[in-house]
Ligand binder design. Structure first.
Ligand SMILES: O=C[C@H](O)[C@H](O)[C@H](O)COP(=O)(O)O
Length: 226
């Protein structure tokens, strides 16, 4: 089964968790897009809280009524993809630069389900470079502080994310530094060190946030618990 077929299967399985009347957090990325499509196909009376402009636009096209995080007191269920799923459902997210809104929506949610293809399930986080969202003002200075932290953890300096049209700017107007590591052996310590830097808005380590994972495999969708 292709990775895309696995993503589709996991997105469709997650859509079955949604019940009428729910406020649903809508994740970002190719896997979350399968969930949004499957949810729209169910035509339930729900409201979606999108985690990015891209997801908002897809959900609007498919006719899912939307709310913003400011409009709702809490979110019943959030379904979102991940770049890596590690031990205890620790995650790396933000490959699509949506990590800040995603984390805000996840933290406001009663239940968070991560969906992914089998290749995302890893023994140790860190093969995928860790995205760090940084305020644009003075970001080269923040980038240097991040390089110091990287050195403390024996990692190479993080790189400013670029696209064809220049620096990548997030929906929140910030920039992204990607910290390549190979292996993040102390995710909690790294998360704290990164958050302590003025200029860092947030990072893509999602620790103790996922309640379950639905992973598409060649043998079907497998449920993982922390
Ligand atoms: O910023 C993007 C998000 O964290 C995505 O959920 C993550 O990058 C996974 O995306 P995909 O499902 O396309 O692999």
């Amino acid at each position: 089964m292709s990775a895309d077929a696995q993503k589709k299967a996991s997105g469709e399985a997650a859509a079955l968790l949604v019940e009428p009347g729910m406020v649903v957090g809508l994740g970002t990325g190719s896997t979350a897009a399968w969930f949004v499509k499957a949810l729209a196909a169910r035509k339930l009376d729900v409201r979606g809280v999108p985690t990015s402009e891209a997801t908002a636009s897809l959900a609007r096209e498919l006719g899912i009524p939307l709310a913003t995080l400011d409009d709702v007191m809490s979110i019943d269920l959030t379904v979102d993809g991940a770049d890596e799923i590690g031990p205890g459902l620790s995650l790396i997210k933000g490959g699509g630069a949506a990590l800040l809104r995603e984390k805000l929506v996840w933290e406001a949610s009663k239940r968070c389900v991560v969906i992914a293809d089998a290749a995302k399930h890893v023994k140790v986080l860190g093969k995928f470079p860790l995205p760090i969202e940084v305020v644009r003002f003075g970001h080269p200075h923040t980038g240097r502080r991040l390089a110091d932290i990287a050195a403390e953890f024996d990692l190479p300096p993080p790189r400013l994310r670029m696209a064809d049209r220049g620096i990548v700017v997030t929906d929140g107007g910030n920039v992204i530094y990607d910290m390549a590591s190979g292996a993040i052996t102390e995710p909690a310590a790294l998360a704290s060190a990164l958050k302590a830097v003025t200029g860092v808005v947030d990072h893509g380590l999602f620790l103790d946030l996922a309640d379950e994972a639905l992973v598409g495999t060649d043998e079907g969708v497998v449920k993982l618990l922390p």
